[in-house]
Design a protein around this ligand. Structure first.
Ligand code: PEP
Ligand code: MN
Length: 362
């Protein structure tokens, strides 16, 4: 039997300035003492309680700026002393952990490339045995919830119980407006699987450009995320890494002002109306299930017919016709063609599975 995870809710993490959303901000990378301190001062004056800066940077290609290293830890120490903000940095190896602890770093995060590697995560977990520090775990670069949960489990087994997840999007070959595709359904699935786990959204790395930060952050809040990690810099265009996605502390503050925070069930709001709508939805879902069942039963009959008559399961012409017909019908009903396509692909695949079973098992 797998042991249950032991993860503390955010409100018992003993962090100062915790309100929803929890905001962590600071530059992608620490570059100079001046840049770190100036950014931190401005963030602090905007009411931000947690400062982030990358000290060791995992870069895709060698030869680009790979972080300032240990000297940056001294600058973070100064931030802490002067502003009383908590300071966070990315750790990827036992060496990083030792150095970061020596310099009193308050919060660690594990980067997306590290989460994707169970060997690296296990080494980090072994090194964290007996250390009591919050650890935020970014999603792996590939869209694999199991791998993300696996990393959370490994760190939790090491005795870390202040664990949070950071959703920073997923690499993809497809061209899209995002730098890393959000694939929101994975963050939703993580919430379903680990409802107690604090969840933070990183609109900077999802969007890859500053114009997208506000809308991504708002969407995260509407999906009930607990916090936001947003990159900021006193001179974003001159940043040594991730320049396009960084914003000034002032811009951060205006973005945060526009974000509407909604509650799962706000106090004083009567739930009867919602209940009525849900009753109607449940009724439709019942009908939908009955129809699906009927549809599959007919598919099975067709399977028997095809078997008797030695016909292939896949009839490409019929499939193309069905898809096109329903796409048109869907459009008339204001149903997104992409959604209809996915829905019919899933239904068609299940019909094929059922017919395959009939052809080959019976
Ligand atoms: C970062 O936070 O700057 C970073 C490198 O993030 P990720 O691991 O999400 O790429
Ligand atoms: Mn970055």
């Amino acid at each position: 039997m797998k042991k249950e995870l032991n993860i503390l809710p955010l409100n018992s993490w003993k962090l100062p300035l915790i309100k929803k959303p929890l905001v962590i901000s600071g530059p992608c990378s620490a570059e100079t003492e001046e840049q770190v301190l100036q950014t931190a001062r401005e963030l602090h004056s905007q009411g931000i309680g947690i400062f982030r800066a990358g000290i060791w940077k995992p870069r895709t290609r060698p030869g680009s700026f790979e972080g300032v290293g240990d000297i940056g830890l001294e600058w973070l120490q100064k931030v802490k002393k002067e502003t009383k903000m908590l300071v966070a940095t990315e750790i990827a190896t036992p060496k990083h952990i030792e150095r970061a602890l020596d310099f009193g770093i308050d919060i660690f995060w594990i980067g997306a490339r590290t989460t994707a590697n169970p060997f690296a995560i296990q080494e980090i977990a072994d090194c964290l045995q007996g250390v009591d520090i919050p650890v935020l775990i970014k999603n792996p670069i590939n869209p694999d919830v199991e791998l993300w949960i696996g990393a959370i489990e490994r760190i939790n087994k090491a005795g870390i119980n202040r664990i949070g997840a950071i959703h920073r999007g997923f690499s993809s070959y497809e061209h899209s407006i995002y730098r890393n595709h959000p694939q929101w359904q994975l963050a939703i699935e993580l919430q379903r699987r680990l409802p107690q786990l604090p969840l933070i959204n990183d609109p900077s790395h999802i969007g890859g450009k500053r114009d997208l930060i506000q809308s991504i952050a708002q969407k995260a809040m509407d999906l009930n995320f607990d916090g936001l990690m947003i990159e900021s810099h006193i001179n974003p265009d001159k940043a040594w890494s991730d320049a396009k996605q960084q914003i000034t502390p002032k811009q951060l503050s205006s973005i945060l002002d526009t974000i509407v925070i909604r509650d799962v069930s706000p106090e004083g709001v009567p739930l009867e109306t919602l209940e009525e709508y849900r009753y109607k939805i449940d009724k439709i879902d019942d009908d939908f299930m009955d129809l699906l069942q009927k549809r599959m039963e007919i598919s099975e009959e067709i399977g028997k017919y095809k078997k008797q008559n030695n016909m292939t399961i896949l009839q490409a012409g019929r499939w193309a016709h069905l898809l096109e017909k329903n796409r048109k019908k869907g459009e008339k009903r204001d149903l997104n063609p992409e959604f209809i396509f996915k829905l019919y692909k899933a239904i068609h695949q299940e019909s094929i599975n059922k017919q395959n079973k009939i052809m080959n098992d019976e």
